[in-house]
Write a protein that binds this ligand. Structure first.
Ligand SMILES: Cc1ncc(COP(=O)(O)O)c(C=O)c1O
Length: 432
């Protein structure tokens, strides 16, 4: 006999309410960030933090170049530009990602080609990628959704076969590993958002990493005019020669990171691995337990997926709930979890198939009549009908978001977390 649901007047499964609130709060800043900011303000060298952050991040990632930017979106723009995406090119992207990863394709007058996901992980499906490649494909954009790592070996192999670039959007995957290698170094360029919700944050910032000198220099040319005099390539250096009577120029953007953000990012980087370990300890335990509970309850709930050979990270904790099998609508399941004291939601706001937005459905002329979708440089008509990526369309309807435990948690709290879910699953009949 299972205890009565809290929704029906039974005791709440979660009693350690303050602890849950404390350990699931994110982001958290300490005296260290405050000191770093004050020290920079008093240093007399307010821009000094940028190069230091880039040096440290490049060393952490084991890459030649890290280019800090004012946000993750600009790092993605820089990456696409760097690998040569231009008007009329096609970029393959997941249908299930943050919209700005796709919007930056349009910003270059290129055409997004949406690809379906593997429903286990929500990562882009390599078989689908293969099917969507055309002679105009310039790059594959790969996101690691919520910290689940995409099958990079397969994706890189496809890219190499076709001589196209892979841009990793690692905005959900700071500190994650794939077969022992750092996520973000597996494709040609890696991009990270350091926005406030991210696992390593500077409140608003981004960073792009690469081993490719040409890509780094092109990214500098796009948005970092002050770096141009130091670039190796004369073809770029000629745009800004301080010793010549000539106005400096870059390709029209200013993507410099705020130095205070860089100072904060340096502190966060120092703690990233230790935080990753704590989150993994908590969330891997919960996942293992929820997998057993889910299977035991008829496969109604699947916890998030960790692919073999990967050490995923936990930006969000997004489960799959099969309302049809359960016979209880998702909203009702979420309501019951909340009543047990476990904050639950439909998942992460804004994560729907990107092409459902009217910009894609209506192929909106963003840059003047017909541009970019029907511009003269576009060689084929790409359309975005409903049903284009059925797995992505189904996936978002099944998501249930539960808290990530970012800090050290007592075993009792982990047990209460699991029990809250188990209790609701074992009581589904009473919710019908
Ligand atoms: C997957 C992904 N890509 C790109 C971005 C854009 O980063 P930013 O908000 O720092 O511009 C985000 C931000 O949430 C994201 O989640």
């Amino acid at each position: 006999m299972v205890e009565r649901l809290a929704l029906h007047g039974g005791p709440k499964a979660v009693t350690r309410v303050d602890e849950l609130k404390r350990v699931s709060r994110w982001p958290v800043f300490t005296e260290e960030e405050k000191e770093a900011v004050c020290k920079l303000l008093e240093s007399g060298n307010v821009y000094g933090s940028i190069a230091e952050f880039e040096r440290e991040f490049a060393s952490y990632m084991g890459v030649r170049y890290a280019l800090a930017t004012n946000n993750g979106t600009s790092s993605i723009h820089s990456a696409y530009f760097a690998v040569g995406v231009g008007p009329g090119d096609e970029v393959i992207t997941s249908a299930y990602t943050w919209h700005l990863q796709v919007g930056q394709i349009l910003a270059l007058h290129a055409i997004p080609v949406f690809c379906d996901i593997d429903p286990k992980s929500a990562c882009i499906d390599p078989d689908e990628v293969r099917r969507k490649i055309t002679p105009r494909t310039k790059a594959i954009a790969v996101v690691h959704p919520y910290g689940a790592i995409a099958p990079m070996d397969e994706l890189v192999e496809i890219a190499e076969e076709h001589g196209i670039a892979v841009v990793e959007d690692c905005s959900h995957a700071h500190g994650a590993k794939y077969k022992g290698r750092m996520v973000g170094t597996l494709g040609d360029v890696g991009c990270f958002s350091l926005q406030a919700s991210k696992l390593m944050t500077a409140i608003e910032a981004g960073v792009m990493v690469t081993d490719n000198e040409e890509y780094y220099e092109k990214a500098c040319l796009l948005g970092h005019y002050e770096r141009i005099p130091k670039l190796k390539s004369e073809k770029y250096r000629r745009f800004y020669q301080p010793d010549k009577e000539m106005a400096p120029a870059c390709f029209g953007f200013k993507y410099r990171i705020h130095p205070l953000a860089a100072a904060i990012a340096r502190v966060q980087l120092r703690h990233l691995d230790e935080w990753t370990e704590i989150r993994r300890r908590n969330m891997c335990y919960i996942t293992e337990r929820l997998r057993e509970v889910g299977e035991d309850c008829g496969g109604v709930l699947e916890p998030p997926y960790e692919a073999p050979g990967t050490e995923r990270v936990w930006l969000n904790y997004i489960c799959q709930y099969y309302a049809d099998k359960a016979g209880v609508p998702r909203e009702r399941f979420i309501e019951a979890l909340n009543a047990e004291g476990l904050p639950a939601s439909r998942g992460r706001t804004g994560y729907l198939p990107v092409y459902w937005n009217p910009i894609y459905e209506e192929r909106v002329s963003m840059w003047g009549e017909g541009y970019p979708f029907d511009a003269p440089y576009v060689s084929r008509k790409v359309s975005y009908p409903r049903g284009l990526c059925p797995e992505a369309e189904r996936y978002y309807k099944r998501t249930v978001g539960l808290p990530v435990l970012h800090r050290e948690a007592e075993q009792e709290l982990l047990e209460e977390y699991v029990w809250a879910v188990e209790k609701v699953l074992r009581n589904l009949n009473s919710l019908k």
